[in-house]
Each structure stands twice: as structure tokens, then as C-alpha cells.
Design a protein around this ligand. Structure first.
Ligand code: PRP
Ligand code: MN
Ligand code: MG
Length: 181
């Protein structure tokens, strides 16, 4: 395999820390949604890893659907223009939707998604984001479940990419600036 150790400045969140946090949030979600018709909606592609692990950490059954949107393209900054590449297969009517995201950076993707979901008749729509950059927020996103608040650095791994690369790293790491500057 390619040696990518020089591409990373440092590991920010380890696989073990992620696993422990997912167990904690899964227990909380199971309690909060007891008796409710819960639907997990993952935001492709970044949320693939967190959805796979979070869904299996849940002690209850929950169907999954996926929406593919993209605002970053090949760059390191959000374009602010969100494009739907794949819509949901599920009718949200009367569903309790939990959107599963890898990260809230500027907040533009999720605020756009929440607005998009508002007219679809869901009983409720909440957000679980594994990572959040509080100091990078351009718009406020009401996020019920947050894994880790992190500094404003460009991070990759555990689903997060730079130009589609690094998604399959097990930890979340800061990308060395020389890679993208
Ligand atoms: C990334 C990330 C979030 C979003 C967060 O997705 O996975 O979905 O950006 O950034 P924001 O809060 O500034 O909107 P991206 O658009 O890179 O697509 P991807 O998930 O396919 O990598
Ligand atoms: Mn994404
Ligand atoms: Mg991306």
C-alpha cells in the first residue's frame, strides 16, 4: 500500500474513540426514539463509515436510506451550492428521520438538507454529526447529537475525503497543508 504517513499532520480522533462515542450516542438515540418509527438517512459519500458503524451500534432495528449531495467537489472549501446526486427512495411522511453526517463544517450542506426535508411531511427531523467545527460555522445547524467538536483544520479519514482520497483511513486525521496548497 502507498505510504501516506507524510500526508497527515496528526491523528485527531482514533478508531477506538469513535467506537466508544458511537456506542454512547446509539444508546441515547435508542432511548430517545423508543416506540417511534425511526429512519436513518445517511449523506453520501462522507457518512458511509459512520452510518455503517452507528447503525450496528444501535440496539434496535432501523431502516437506512441515502441521499447523495455534494458541495465541495475537488476543493477544500464548500462551494455553497449543494447538488442532489441521488435522492431518497423513502417517503418521509410520518417518519422520525435522523440524518447521519460525518461532519458539520460551514453548516451549508445540512442547513440546505434540513430545508429540503421540511416539506416532505416527516414527523420529526434531527441530526447526528460525528464531527463539528464550531468555529467554521457560516450558518447555524440545529444538531441534536454531536460526536466531537474539532478545530478548524482540514480533516480526512473515516469517510472524509480530500479529492475522493483518504476516505478509507480508520482514524480521523489532519491533512498536512502541503498536500492541498
Ligand atoms: C462534506 C462532508 C459534509 C459536508 C460538510 O461533503 O461530508 O457532507 O461536506 O461541509 P459543510 O458543513 O461546509 O457543508 P462533500 O460535499 O465533500 O461530499 P462527500 O460527502 O461526498 O465527500
Ligand atoms: Mn458529505
Ligand atoms: Mg467531500
Amino acid at each position: 500500500a502507498a505510504d501516506i504517513s507524510g500526508d497527515l499532520s496528526r491523528i485527531l480522533v482514533t478508531e477506538e474513540e469513535i467506537t466508544a462515542k458511537l456506542d454512547e450516542i446509539a444508546a441515547q438515540v435508542a432511548a430517545d426514539y423508543e416506540g417511534k418509527d425511526l429512519l436513518l438517512v445517511g449523506v453520501l459519500k462522507g457518512a458511509v463509515m459512520v452510518m455503517a458503524d452507528f447503525a450496528r451500534a444501535l440496539p434496535v432495528l432501523a431502516p437506512m436510506d441515502w441521499m447523495a449531495v455534494s458541495s465541495y467537489g475537488a476543493g477544500t472549501r464548500s462551494s455553497g451550492v449543494v447538488q442532489i446526486r441521488k435522492d431518497l427512495d423513502t417517503d418521509l411522511h410520518d417518519k422520525h428521520v435522523l440524518i447521519v453526517e460525518d461532519i458539520i463544517d460551514s453548516g451549508l450542506t445540512l442547513s440546505w438538507l434540513l430545508e429540503n426535508f421540511a416539506s416532505r411531511g416527516a414527523a420529526s427531523v434531527e441530526v447526528f454529526a460525528l464531527l463539528r467545527k464550531p468555529e467554521a460555522a457560516k450558518v447555524h445547524v440545529d444538531c441534536r447529537y454531536v460526536g466531537f467538536d474539532i478545530p478548524t483544520e482540514f480533516v480526512v479519514g473515516y469517510g472524509l475525503d480530500y479529492a475522493e482520497q483518504y476516505r478509507n483511513l480508520r482514524d480521523v486525521a489532519i491533512l498536512a497543508p502541503h498536500v492541498y496548497s
